[in-house]
Design a binder for this molecule. Structure first.
Ligand SMILES: Cc1cc2nc3c(=O)[nH]c(=O)nc-3n(C[C@H](O)[C@H](O)[C@H](O)COP(=O)(O)OP(=O)(O)OC[C@H]3O[C@@H](n4cnc5c(N)ncnc54)[C@H](O)[C@@H]3O)c2cc1C
Length: 452
């Protein structure tokens, strides 16, 4: 029996886990080609997970083993949708799995959102993580106050990165110019704005307590709002009696009871407020916040930098079905749906399938469901007497390699990626750090030995 040939689009956690399960757990041979539009693998583990969370990022070592598994290939620097289409992949492979994540920031839908200085948190995260497509105007860091909208873990990541000291930043792998911009900026106060009360905060207690430990800033929790939430919880008012909420309020209480240390910066939580307008002519000068309980009560907070951190959505992938309402790829049991019908041989996994929720490990379970669907369909096709699967698609990777070569697409394979990685380590060591990321695609390609 020839190997089942699967193309996975995206090398983040979902794509990597899916490739691993297909290559290692199927009871017949499977070869997997993982296409990645960047020259670098690992998706948001490299370009989302906060640079000061190196322990979490160390999961890339086990992802690397996946890409080194016999039968799994990494084809970086190939954008599905422009370098090669989804339909072409479907012609060349038995199954195509979309693992392209949710790269777009959700919008608030508030007037003034397009003013200069209103920067979706995802774009800021991508910039400090050294994503080759991410740009950020560092002059915005001359604002004295930055406002982060949203109370999830990403909001806390962004706030923490804004107050990290130069020494703390040098322990990360962010590009050197990011350290320079973050080390000397003028931001003195970072406000984190939540629509509801402290009991509804979405961040985890662990991230909150980490925020409270940063060397460069005092963290200020509003005593009055916290007391109200605690009272409501003690009175057993609805959802706030859940244990997770008890823990969250307990963590906030610990921080609220601490004396400010007179640090040079402050992170201030503002709960029960909704942004209703970004104020300014061409650039933002303030954010108008309405009190949730009484929307006629509006205050304007002066600021030159607003970072909405309210979630992500997926983008349509050339020719594949997409649900604009949910911002995800529609599916039934991981099989992509076009209307009511499944598209033969097309599957989805990870954030493109579920939307932007869950931690890295959540994608393993999700990948297991998708791989199960791929293998079940392959088994059913092999058992069908009328179909000769051997003649449907390529039997090896030569045709796809030839196609990409004929289009002049310089593929970054795994050994080329290892060359980029080694060059980043050398770059970091030159300035006394363990590693410093490249920010520009051209630098990555040169390090990969692709000079163009
Ligand atoms: C800011 C932030 C911080 C996070 N921090 C943590 C954390 O600390 N701990 C934790 O457990 N989880 C964290 N997460 C969640 C975690 O990153 C996600 O659960 C996970 O990355 C989702 O995996 P994915 O593979 O679906 O998407 P992604 O990781 O986004 O991977 C998708 C990949 O597809 C590629 N791609 C997209 N389009 C194309 C195309 N057309 N052609 C080829 N390739 C394409 C992308 O370049 C990308 O590499 C964080 C998320 C964010 C946004």
């Amino acid at each position: 029996m020839r190997a089942l040939r699967v193309a996975v689009v995206g090398s983040g956690p979902a794509g990597a886990f899916c490739a691993q399960i297909l290559a290692e757990e199927a009871d017949h041979p499977v070869s997997v080609d993982v296409f990645e539009r960047l020259p670098t693998p690992f998706g948001l583990v490299r370009y989302g997970v906060a640079p000061d969370h190196q322990k979490i990022k160390s999961i890339v070592a086990s992802f690397a083993e996946i890409f080194e598994t016999p039968g799994v290939r990494f084809l970086g620097n190939v954008t599905v949708g422009s370098d090669i289409t989804v339909s072409e992949l479907r012609e060349h492979y038995d199954a195509v799995v979309l693992a392209s994540g949710a790269p777009l920031d959700r919008r608030l839908g508030v007037p003034g959102e397009d003013l200069g200085g209103v920067v979706p948190a995802g774009r800021f995260v991508s910039w400090y993580s050294g994503h080759p497509d991410a740009d950020f105007d560092t002059s915005l860091l001359s604002a004295e106050r930055a406002v982060v909208v949203g109370v999830g873990n990403v909001a806390l990541d962004v706030a923490r990165m804004l107050v990290r000291t130069p020494d703390e930043l040098r322990r990360t792998d962010v590009p050197e110019h990011v350290i320079e911009a973050l080390a000397g900026h003028a931001v003195r106060e970072v406000c984190i704005v939540g629509r509801r009360g402290p009991e509804a905060a979405k961040f985890t207690g662990k991230e909150l307590l980490e925020l409270a430990e940063v060397e460069g800033a005092d963290v200020i929790v509003p005593a009055e709002e916290l007391a109200l939430a605690e009272a409501a919880q003690q009175a057993g008012a609805g959802a706030p009696s859940r244990p997770a909420v008890t823990r969250m309020l307990g963590s906030l209480r610990k921080i609220a009871d601490r004396q400010p240390q007179g640090r040079s910066r402050a992170i201030r939580f503002l709960f029960n407020r909704t942004p209703v307008e970004f104020v300014g002519d061409t650039s933002v000068t303030g954010i108008a916040l309405a009190h949730t309980a009484d929307p006629t009560q509006v205050e304007v907070l002066e600021t030159g930098l607003v970072l909405p951190a309210i979630g992500y959505r997926s983008v349509p992938l050339g020719g594949a079905p997409f649900d604009e309402a949910t911002g995800t790829v529609p599916h039934r049991d991981s099989r992509v749906l076009d209307g009511d019908r499944t598209v033969p041989g097309l599957y989805v996994v990870g954030w493109a399938k579920r939307g932007p929720s869950g931690v890295i490990g959540t994608n393993r379970l999700c990948a297991s469901e998708t791989a199960t669907a791929v293998l079940a369909d392959a088994a059913a096709a092999a058992a069908a007497p009328e179909r000769d699967t051997d003649t449907d698609t390529d039997t090896d990777s030569t045709a796809i390699d030839d196609l990409l070569r004929s289009r002049g697409v310089p593929v970054v394979n795994w050994s080329r990626w290892l060359a980029i990685e080694a060059a980043e380590v050398r770059l970091g060591q030159a300035s006394g750090r363990d590693r410093a990321k490249f920010h520009h695609r051209a630098d990555m390609l040169v390090a990969a030995g692709i000079d163009r």
